[in-house]
Design a protein around this ligand. Structure first.
Ligand code: FES
Ligand code: FES
Length: 177
């Protein structure tokens, strides 16, 4: 049965009338038309649906919309908009373009969301840090070497940029699976 639910999405309050067990992914894609977040497996196995809830990478395909509560939902459409991750998100976006990371592109919004969360909590990730943070985000095109290079490039930009801001305390690479 539908209920009135209010979500905070990309900095805006969105009033919805949906069944609380509806996956957040469907609400984002179908109700709010935020189609940058992709459906891959629907079982928390591929990472294509990764969004942030209060800065934490979360699988939208297995998250009931009724369980989101007051947590801020950030999607690929909003990650460069405002909030503590903006500087990181813009560095990641620049690096993704410079490294020409995307191939078919299907997995890439989830990859970017995972990379932003990693760099918010760790501005100098090692290869193993990157592999650990990104292991749940699969890429059928095999763009992993370029993803890793782009994360290192973004980290480099963040440590040399004069407007680089310190890591936010409210984000970590922990994720729901
Ligand atoms: S769609 Fe694959 S993890 Fe959500
Ligand atoms: S770029 Fe094609 S699935 Fe990752």
């Amino acid at each position: 049965m539908s209920e009135s639910i209010t979500l905070q999405v990309n900095g805006a309050s969105r009033a919805l009338n949906v069944a609380p067990e509806t996956p957040l992914l469907w609400v984002l894609r179908e109700t709010l038309q935020l189609t940058g977040t992709k459906f891959g497996c629907g079982m928390a196995l591929c990472g294509a649906c990764t969004v942030h809830l209060d800065g934490i990478p979360t699988r939208a395909c297995i998250t009931p919309v009724g369980a989101v509560g007051a947590r801020a939902v950030t999607t690929i459409e909003g990650v460069t908009g405002e909030g503590s991750a903006v500087t990181v998100a813009r560095a990641v976006q620049d690096a993704w373009v410079a490294q020409d990371v995307a191939q078919c592109g299907y997995c890439q919004s989830g990859q970017v969301m995972a990379a932003v969360a990693l760099l918010v909590s760790n501005r100098s990730p090692s290869d193993s840090d990157i592999d650990s943070a990104m292991q749940g985000n699969l890429c059928r095109c095999g763009s992993y070497p370029r993803i890793r290079a782009a994360i290192h490039a973004a980290a480099q930009q963040l440590t040399t940029s004069p407007d680089a801001t310190p890591p936010a305390a409210d984000a970590s690479p922990t994720r729901s699976r």
